[in-house]
Write a protein that binds this ligand. Structure first.
Ligand code: RM4
Ligand code: MN
Ligand code: MN
Length: 424
């Protein structure tokens, strides 16, 4: 299913008056409105290929139907998302869940939808059918060299697929760790991981990056070998300039000050990018901004401030991806909500009065500093995000449009009710 431009124009037309009125209301107060709209207009967030189907939990999976049955159909779904919001022009593949069997054709199909390929992700946290050695006790950190070799080769194969699609980065998340005290030697596990990553690093093309993701627990519940940003940063530093740390918002213990981590990684030139989601308890993979939108804003505030300090391009200098999966929502609606939440937080961060904030900080004026941030956060920037979408040819209200056009209904008609997408 492909959306025609006139359909989108028609929907926007119906809402034009109301939108204009709302937009004028906020825009009047924003001195750098053109700059804000320009930045919002070029800001895109990649969609993970594993989030287009219903995400289950270990207790069950409740599909809503019309799930993409192939990589081609996943690309079609991302194409729909992008047509609606004009902010999702890339897809991030997880191998072997989504192997591009014919890379030329897959690339051409993506291009038809205005999409390209973001980071490729390796998977050594599950055993695949026909796999020789098991990852039950880990992969890159494994005590057995043969298992490590198998996992290294998998990562190199993922790079090979990525090259065919013109990806520029491999994202590595390991479930390696231990479930009980005494199970492994932390230092040896770290050294093995480092040596394995060094071999993968050596296989990187010149213009590629390797992104090292951390996570404190799950599926291992006593230790994770790359458990926090310090451990990831240590690895990235030892590996070299092409390696950096990927922050998945759900991979922190409760109460962690993620924005501070982001600020320092950025300062060190070691922030690879993000897996956006939200969480209440752990790696819940909930819709971005659904639980703690203020934290999301504070993260974006550090991003904008830190990137500007280094003269970095907001849209392209780090990786922006969603990593979420859902058991009860329509996956496309959920992804649309996530992208909107990210753009809202970004827009709010662009509104922070930096000069005033620096002055307040230098005067130790705590109250004023807080007021300045909250002034930006409490601005209803939704009309700005809508305007940026409109100017790019997207819809004013992506979820409203998805529903009005009965996109899911059409997908169910095309694909059937009982389809199952690969992924979590
Ligand atoms: C992990 C981590 C990885 C993702 C897998 C599916 O918790 O977030 O990024 O690839 O889940
Ligand atoms: Mn992740
Ligand atoms: Mn995760």
């Amino acid at each position: 299913m492909q959306l025609e431009k006139y359909t989108i124009d028609e929907l926007n037309h119906q809402q034009a008056k109301k939108h204009q009125w709302r937009f004028n209301g906020v825009a009047a107060d924003i001195s750098n409105i053109d700059d804000v709209l320009k930045k919002l207009g070029v800001f895109n967030i990649a969609i993970p290929s594993w989030a287009l189907g219903t995400g289950g939990t270990r207790f069950g999976r409740f599909s809503g139907g019309g799930e993409p049955r192939s990589l081609e159909e996943k690309i079609e779904d991302v194409g729909l998302i992008h047509a609606l919001n004009k902010s999702s022009n890339a897809i991030s593949l997880h191998i072997p869940w989504d192997i591009p069997k014919n890379a030329v054709a897959i690339k051409a199909l993506a291009a038809q939808h205005g999409l390209h390929f973001d980071a490729v992700n390796s998977n050594t946290f599950q055993d695949q059918k026909d796999q020789k050695l098991s990852y039950k006790f880990g992969s890159l950190h494994h005590i057995d060299k043969a298992v490590r070799k198998q996992a290294i080769e998998h990562n190199i194969e993922v790079i090979k697929y990525g090259r065919q699609l013109e990806s520029k980065a491999i994202s590595v998340w390991l479930s390696d760790g231990s479930n009980f005290p005494g199970q492994l030697n932390f230092r040896k596990a770290f050294q093995n991981t480092l040596e394995s990553l060094e071999e993968i690093y050596a296989a990187l093309p010149d213009d590629w990056k390797i992104w090292v993701e951390y996570k404190p627990y799950e599926p291992n519940f006593y230790s994770t070998t790359i458990g926090d940003w310090g451990q990831s940063y240590l690895l990235a530093n030892k590996l070299g300039a092409k390696a950096s740390t990927l922050v998945d918002l759900g991979h922190h213990l409760q109460g962690t000050n993620i924005e501070q981590i982001v600020s320092l990684l950025l300062m060190e030139g070691k922030l690879a990018g993000f897996h956006f989601n939200d969480s209440k308890y752990g790696d819940d993979d909930l819709t971005v901004g659904s639980i703690n939108p203020y934290q999301l804003f504070l993260i974006f505030n550090e991003l904008v401030e830190g990137m500007d300090a280094k003269g970095m391009d907001h849209a392209t200098s780090i990786g922006w991806m969603i990593d979420a999966s859902h058991n009860v929502k329509d996956p496309i609606e959920d992804l649309l909500q996530s992208v909107q939440a990210i753009k809202i937080a970004y827009a709010q961060a662009l509104l922070v009065d930096k000069t005033a904030l620096v002055t307040a900080q230098n005067n130790n004026d705590v109250t004023l500093a807080q007021e300045i941030l909250q002034q930006a956060y409490r601005t209803d920037v939704r009309p700005l995000v809508a305007e940026a979408s409109l100017r790019n040819g997207g819809t004013l209200d992506p979820i409203g449009a998805f529903r009005k056009l009965n996109i899911r209904g059409n997908l169910i008609k095309e694909r059937g009710l009982k389809t199952v997408a690969t992924g979590l």
